[in-house]
Design a protein around this ligand. Structure first.
Ligand code: AQP
Length: 339
């Protein structure tokens, strides 16, 4: 686990006694190994060490998913996925963002301390504008403000996320500084916590693995689909012939082997000496990914077959954190002169 900067709790504010962590994940499609290697495995590890709050951010997903039934279904799937991968409702709080709507009020209040220019320069906003030019909605621009509200509504100081979220988290820190500067020390400046795989590239070997880019290896897909996705991966583009020596350090398949077995050096050596070909290395990776997620996949299918169990976990989660959300909003109202 790595963190970006040392802790900087806001002095004099009503901070939680122990560090609290928060992270959110969008129900915008099937979870992929980038989500797991970059974030979810830290969610699981950190639930034992901190007061952990995890959220399925359905408001955020509305910036790109406009079909109500699809959003409901994906929210169910992401909830089951997180539980299947090891989130334990006895050790963490799992809830759905829209079930604690205080966050939308806080986001609005934060817009009043956030210059528009900060949002316009966000790299993800620029990317999304390119990826969905026919739907550049206001939510895409203000996404980081809602994300800041997500985190600090619970006064979380640590945020397990992939590296792609670094700019958003920096913006959260700027918004917190702007708010604290105008209204007095209220919120801690949260820090990112990264895994050993903070950026997982997609099957194209060029861009971040991303649900919306369709370059993913899905965790809970059928084994045949996982095999197909892995076999489609771009490897070392300079290795043309089977007899050419490979460069495992630039090959995405080889890089992923680091996280699916403890013999990656041997695999890399096979590539370097052309003892093994790209197809062999891909086949091995596919089987290892299938084996790694076999048990979570069974749990996932069980949970999907028992929706009331998942709904109960989510309802209890939203209820458990209600007092924290209310206390923060009372404090914010008082500081801003609203009530
Ligand atoms: N490729 C990745 N490598 C490392 N970490 C990643 N994460 C996502 N992709 C990678 C981390 O997973 C958490 C949840 O991400 P998200 O689904 O809420 O949003 P995202 O980052 O926008 O993921 P996608 O797949 O790219 O979603 P779409 O396509 O819907 O925008 C985050 O901590 C993220 O860093």
């Amino acid at each position: 686990m790595t963190t970006e900067t040392p802790p900087s709790p806001a002095a004099g504010s009503t901070l939680p006694a122990a560090p609290r962590i928060f992270s959110g994940i969008q129900p915008s499609g099937a979870p992929h190994i980038g989500n797991d290697l970059g974030a979810i495995r830290n969610y699981v590890a950190l639930q034992d060490r901190y007061e952990a709050i995890y959220c399925i951010v359905d408001y955020h997903a509305l910036t790109s998913t406009h079909d109500p039934e699809m959003l409901r279904q994906r929210t169910r799937e992401m909830s089951a996925a997180l539980l299947a991968l090891g989130l334990d409702p006895e050790r963490c709080t799992l809830f759905v963002q829209s079930h604690r709507p205080e966050v939308t009020e806080l986001a609005w209040l934060f817009t009043t301390v956030t210059p528009v220019a900060w949002l316009q320069r966000t790299p993800t906003y620029k990317e999304k504008r390119q990826n969905q030019p026919e739907d550049v909605n206001h939510g895409l621009l203000t996404y980081p403000v809602l994300q800041a509200a997500d985190i600090v509504l619970y006064k979380a100081s640590l945020v397990p996320v992939g590296k792609d979220q670094a700019a958003h988290l920096e913006l959260t820190r700027e918004i917190v500084r702007a708010f604290n500067g105008r209204y007095g020390e209220t919120f801690p400046e949260p820090q990112a916590v990264h895994t050993e795989a903070p950026v997982v590239l997609g099957t194209d070997g060029a861009r971040k693995m991303s649900k919306s880019l369709g370059n993913t290896i899905e965790i809970f897909a059928e084994p045949e689909t996982i095999r197909r996705q892995v076999m489609s991966m771009v490897t070392d583009t300079q290795r043309i012939l089977r007899s050419d020596q490979g460069r495992p350090e630039v090959c995405n398949v080889c890089r992923l082997h680091r996280f699916f077995g403890d013999d990656y050096e041997e695999i890399w050596d096979g590539e370097r000496t052309a003892r093994t070909g790209c197809v062999d290395t891909k086949k091995l990776l596919a089987e290892r990914i299938i084996a790694r997620y076999a048990e979570p996949r069974e749990r996932y299918l069980e949970l999907m077959a028992d929706p009331t169990r998942v709904e109960r976990v989510l309802a209890e989660g939203a209820e458990r954190i209600r007092p924290i959300a209310r206390a923060t909003m009372d404090e914010v109202h008082a500081r801003m002169g609203l009530r």
